[in-house]
Design a protein around this ligand. Structure first.
Ligand code: P53
Length: 489
């Protein structure tokens, strides 16, 4: 009973939200470096310039149909939260020591592509960038922490976004594969666990996820095909370089966890169909081919995926070893048409669930259901690579942070995961809490929405000492790990 003996407890971050040092060590700019600090609705805008030199900013990170000739650019006086983030680049020893103290078995992190290939198009990698991750991996191993590396966490070198519209263009596949080969070769003695594309099914977000600046579904689905091919090639090449590598996919599983609003069969069918639009991604990555329902969907929508000769074989040969997934919430079928809705928006409200200040439904039982469905569908080990609650924390006069709400959230979700293991027989490999040390939000660019066990002194304007302090949840998670998930008290 209980979790595996070798259960991988830990935490997860993404370079662009955590690392900072955006222009240090030879790193090039990335899509995430042109996202400005808060704009309308607290969502970030993106800066671009027109051929006449005028500067513009979109109202959200979902860039839609950029004007002809526009180029993304970092403005000198612009304010971009990801540039410094919380500066892991200069705090990695301190942060890894805190992870060690919590007892982490693994740390999921991403390698910044633009740190290794500054424009994405170079023939040879940036040695200083490679050296940085050597230092990080060495530091992790001192504490017995196994790195788990995401190859693509919402970060595309800006050079590729401006030249080709990022993943919309097939040539990006070759650049990415070159990057993968470089890091596989370099770190094969330091890293065993890899994830290809973070939340691959969030590709409709567009610019944030893949450097795409259109909302044309045909372009987005073609870009998804490019990521499928790139992922499958990475899996094959990774296994050739080191057969002991474990390479997984990563799905935003919240988007498959859709409840019908009522028991009307129409609602049920719609919920199923909507979930399918997200399962589709793992179907390709786990089974190695496009599922029939999605081919029919493309046909109905007039979407034609251009496949090069050999692509089908590449997909078949590059299926993943395990499933990585993020889980934050469940959703319910929107009864109101989604017309014009932002993919980041949250849909209808479930009256049976409480929600966070940011409107995210809290649903631990939904977590168990999601795990069960996912395991039944693919029969592959599951690694939960993100779960957590974004909340505003208060620092007391004595400096302490009493985040009982966070402890409650984790207790209920870890219990639900345990139920999935003990009652449903789901094979769960591990669990990494999102943002164990506070970092910049992907969706809104805020600092106020915090996920960590460790507080970082920085506000929404980027002011603060960056000092790290332990919240009450720190000790709690430490106990959970020490007892392998038995002591949730
Ligand atoms: P934040 C929404 C928007 C963008 C990325 O989200 C997202 C989501 C939620 O699924 O996915 C993941 O920071 C993502 C992380 C992100 C985390 O959710 O908007 O993989 O990069 O930080 C939490 O609160």
């Amino acid at each position: 009973m209980g979790f595996r003996k070798d259960f991988l407890w830990g935490g997860a971050t993404a370079a662009n939200q955590y690392e900072g040092g955006w222009n240090e060590g030879g790193r090039g700019p990335a899509n995430t470096d042109v996202m400005t600090r808060g704009s309308k609705d607290r969502a970030r805008g993106v800066t671009y310039i027109l051929p006449d030199g005028s500067h513009h900013q979109t109202e959200s990170i979902t860039v839609k149909n950029l004007p002809e000739g526009a180029r993304f650019a970092v403005l000198e006086d612009g304010d971009y939260p990801n540039h410094k983030a919380v500066d892991f680049y200069h705090h990695y020893k301190e942060d890894i020591a805190l992870m060690g103290e919590m007892g982490f078995k693994t740390y999921r992190m991403s390698i910044s592509w633009a740190r290794i290939y500054p424009t994405g198009m170079e023939e040879t990698p940036n040695e200083e960038g490679l050296g940085f991750y050597d230092a990080v991996f060495d530091e992790l191993h001192k504490y017995g922490i196994e790195p788990m590396v995401t190859l693509h966490h919402f970060e595309v070198p800006l050079g590729l976004c401006n030249a080709w519209g990022g993943w919309a263009d097939r040539r990006t596949v070759d650049c990415f594969v070159r990057f993968c080969r470089t890091v596989f070769e370099r770190y094969k003695n330091k890293v065993t666990y890899w994830l290809t594309f973070n939340e691959i099914n969030n590709i409709p977000i567009g610019f944030l996820s893949s450097g795409i600046s259109t909302d044309d579904p045909a372009v987005i689905m073609q870009a998804a095909h490019h990521q499928f091919v790139a992922s499958a090639m990475a899996v094959r090449i990774g296994h050739e370089i080191d057969p002991t590598f474990k390479i997984g996919c990563m799905l935003a599983a919240s988007r498959t966890s859709i409840y019908p609003a009522t028991c009307r069969p129409e609602d049920v069918q719609q919920a199923w169909e909507k979930a399918g639009q997200h399962y589709f991604f793992t179907d390709v990555q786990c089974r190695g081919y496009y599922p029939s329902y999605q081919l029919k969907y493309f046909e109905r929508k007039g979407i034609h995926i251009h496949m090069e000769e050999g692509d089908e074989q590449i997909l078949r040969d590059g299926t993943v070893d395990f499933i990585g997934m993020s889980y934050y919430r469940t959703m319910i079928t929107e009864t109101v048409p989604a017309e014009g809705s932002d993919p980041l928006l949250l849909g209808a409200i479930n009256p049976y669930l409480k929600a966070t200040e940011w409107g995210i439904a809290i649903d631990p039982l939904g977590f168990r259901i999601t795990l069960h469905n996912m395991y039944d569908r693919y029969q592959l080990p599951i690694m939960i690579v993100e779960n957590g609650i974004g909340a505003a924390d208060t620092v007391e006069v004595d400096g302490r942070i009493h985040d009982d709400y966070r402890i409650d959230f984790f207790r209920d979700h870890i219990q639900a995961m345990k139920d999935a293991v003990e009652l449903d027989g789901v094979d769960v490999m591990g669990y990494t809490a999102w943002g164990p040390i506070d970092l910049i939000s992907a969706g809104t660019g805020e600092m106020r929405k915090r996920y960590g066990f460790v507080y970082v002194d920085m506000d929404d304007q980027g002011n603060g000492t960056l000092k790290r302090s332990k919240k009450d949840s720190f000790k709690w998670y430490q106990k959970v790990i020490a007892s392998n998930g038995e002591d949730l008290g």
